[in-house]
Design a protein. Structure first.
Length: 269
């Protein structure tokens, strides 16, 4: 049973590196159908200049110059607890209802919450998922948590929701104003198809396609529905891009602008 927690690698720890001192991070710029054995989905790598990356799996094609987005909508919605647990336990068994066949540890890196027995929001227990047992279609699933329960959980009384690992299904921003979803950042390399493992840049200096709203006077940027960057004024006055903007803050322009050189953009997650 894989029951470890997500890892973070700090590659080089003393500021900007030189060609002579740089560790190898070539693996960040690879997209492959084979998972890198050292990393799990959602693991984070931090470079000396502050750029951060998350390991992910594609659900469809991903560009390297436009934002990607989460395509997972969850694992199982509001449902029941199948087995009672006591304070200190680190596992939950959910009553299967509307999920596909799930492989062993497929939910690792996901999240779940258990609602209170009387007032749902009063005693919510939110935990990360570090593993699970295999289960058939709509069958009960035993899930291992990254922290202990602080309140008892009663079968048939408490309700819960389960979210798969958000980084297990990533696609290019859909470009649909009616179905725009959260955007973690930009793929480090072009990803040509589904089921490929790759890295997403989530923080630090980067470049992505931008709209002409991102100019010297409008340096704060948000993600447009299609994964391009646009100026904050498009969100504030709602007249430049209308319903096409998402309101999700992306960061700010460091150097240049859309009509000149750049911009070199500081992605802030």
């Amino acid at each position: 049973m894989t029951k470890g927690k997500a890892s973070v690698d700090y590659l080089g720890r003393s500021g900007v590196v030189t060609p002579q001192t740089a560790p190898s991070w070539d693996f960040i710029y690879e997209a492959s159908l084979i998972k890198q054995p050292k990393y799990e989905l959602g693991d984070r790598v931090v470079l000396p200049d502050g750029r951060e990356f998350r390991y992910a799996k594609s659900d469809a094609e991903c560009y390297a110059g436009q934002a990607v987005e989460f395509s997972n909508t969850g694992f199982q919605a509001w449902g029941a607890i199948a087995v009672s647990q006591v304070v200190g336990d680190k596992q939950i068994t959910i009553t299967g209802a509307s999920h596909a066949v799930v492989a062993k540890d497929e939910l690792r890196g996901g999240y779940m919450f258990v609602a209170g027995p009387v007032t749902a929001n009063k005693e919510v227990q939110f935990r990360g998922i570090i593993g699970n047992l295999a289960a058939g279609l709509n069958a009960n699933v035993t899930i291992y948590l990254d922290g202990p329960l602080t309140n008892t959980v009663s079968a048939g009384v408490n309700a819960c929701e389960v979210f798969a690992n958000p980084y297990s299904a990533i696609r290019l921003a859909a470009g649909m104003t009616t179905d725009s979803r959260g955007k973690p950042g930009v793929a480090a390399v072009y990803v040509s198809a589904a089921n490929m493992y790759f890295w997403i840049q989530t923080r630090g200096p980067m470049w992505a396609g931008s709209q002409n709203t991102l100019i010297d006077r409008d340096i704060g940027g948000t993600w447009k529905h299609d994964g391009t960057l646009e100026g904050m004024s498009a969100v504030v006055n709602g007249t430049i891009c209308g319903a096409a903007h998402t309101s999700q803050y992306a960061g700010y322009s460091m150097v240049g602008n859309n009509v000149g050189n750049g911009p070199l953009f500081m992605l802030q997650g």
